[in-house]
Design a protein around this ligand. Structure first.
Ligand code: ATP
Length: 359
């Protein structure tokens, strides 16, 4: 029996609710499969810990999880802790040292779910957004001087390295090649940002030569928001910088019906470090503890986790179970206009898994 060790980090807000549901569903998936098992280790890292001890995770935190096969993450953020402190204290403190440079975000309109775009349904919106996850606008370089004075200065320097851009570009072209349409859109802003983004464009052209079977085009990020909204059918795989893809993927999630559905994989493709899987949404304190958080984004992240572990049949089974459940409007949570709770959706997905007879 193959046994995988998974680090579960629920984090803050609804993170605890959706990760508990995700762990239950992944365990049901392993039971149904029979060929592998998942051993979960739970870590209570997050804002509560920060408020008590001054750190989101222990000093040796990364050592504790670096040998795990994967990480299942909830969300980080609390109303009384500044967002940038949380982001750099936990999520980025894992993603960057673990070199999870490819952030992959599939978006589809699942069965039973209605897009806010009129006349757009099902296969007309089927994208994967690849986000550069280690440098660019979130490189962390910059500073503030003359605080509080009229001459105060603050800088955030975007960093684009040839090595960093080439590897994400190559990853995106290779991913586009595995999808039926073999179509990649490279997002840029090289009209206004004439150094880093021009390098991004040049490397895109160079890498494209290695993938003659992939059709590709370029879009400025502002025009991209219009194309996503007006011509969603014209897009398939999309690659963009850390900041641009961060914004575009929230738009993508909303166009596919709800932020509560969308998944993310933070991949270290070379597998030198564990990869991390998490729903796109944040800690959603407005609905915390009400039992109505949509767990589908976490379940779909579980599909990506199983695919990464190489458990393809189990991943496909979990995706089928998710789609069977979203197709039933009685099992929609309030973000989708329904009345179901997290527990109802979780139970239904586990039942669908148990009842799936396909191998
Ligand atoms: P953060 O600052 O941590 O990103 P946030 O509250 O600003 O958190 P989100 O947590 O992403 O942003 O939430 C945005 C909105 O979407 C909120 O109204 C929230 O209730 C809703 N939402 C997010 N995730 C879910 C979910 N899984 N189920 C239901 N509603 C959700």
């Amino acid at each position: 029996m193959r046994i995988y060790r998974i680090a579960a980090i629920p984090g803050d807000g609804i993170g605890a609710e959706v990760v508990a549901a995700g762990v239950e569903t992944l365990a049901a998936c392993a039971r149904r499969d029979g060929g592998f098992d998942l051993a979960f280790d739970h870590f209570d890292w997050g804002s509560e810990r920060y408020k008590k001890t001054g750190a989101f995770m222990p000093d040796n935190g990364r050592d504790l999880i670096k040998s795990h096969d994967a990480i299942l993450f909830g969300s980080a953020g609390a109303p009384d802790v500044p967002d940038h402190v949380t982001l750099w204290g936990l999520r980025l403190a894992i993603c960057q040292p673990f070199d999870q440079y490819a952030n992959v975000r599939p978006t589809r309109i699942l069965p039973g779910i209605v897009s806010p775009l009129r006349h757009v349904a099902g296969p007309e919106l089927d994208w994967v957004i690849v986000r550069e996850n280690t440098e660019g606008e979130y490189a962390g370089i910059g500073g503030r001087v003359h605080r509080g004075l009229p001459e105060e200065v603050a800088t955030d320097v975007s960093v684009f390295t040839r090595a960093g851009v080439a590897r994400i570009m190559r990853f995106a072209f290779a991913l586009a090649r595995t999808r039926p349409r073999r179509l990649l859109t490279v997002v840029t802003k090289s009209n206004a940002q004439r150094h880093g983004m021009v390098l991004w464009d040049e490397i895109a052209s160079e890498v494209a030569a290695e993938f003659p079977d992939v059709t590709w085009d370029k879009m400025l990020v502002d025009a991209m928001t219009m194309r996503m909204t007006l011509k969603p059918q014209s897009l398939d795989t999309i690659v963009a910088t850390n900041l641009h893809a961060d914004i575009l993927s929230d738009l993508a999630a909303a166009l596919a019906g709800s932020l509560g559905i969308a998944p993310t994989a933070n991949l270290n493709p070379e597998r030198k470090f564990p990869s991390m899987f998490e729903p796109i949404h944040g800690s959603a304190f407005d609905i915390m503890g009400k039992g109505i958080a949509n767990p589908i984004g976490t379940f779909w992240s579980g599909v990506l986790l199983l695919e990464h572990l190489g458990e393809k049949p189990a991943a496909a089974r979990l995706m089928r179970a998710i789609e069977r459940v979203t197709a039933d409007k009685a099992l929609h949570t309030p973000d989708l206009g329904g009345k179901a709770g997290t527990v109802d959706v979780t139970r239904a997905v586990c039942e669908a898994l148990a009842g799936d007879n396909r191998e």
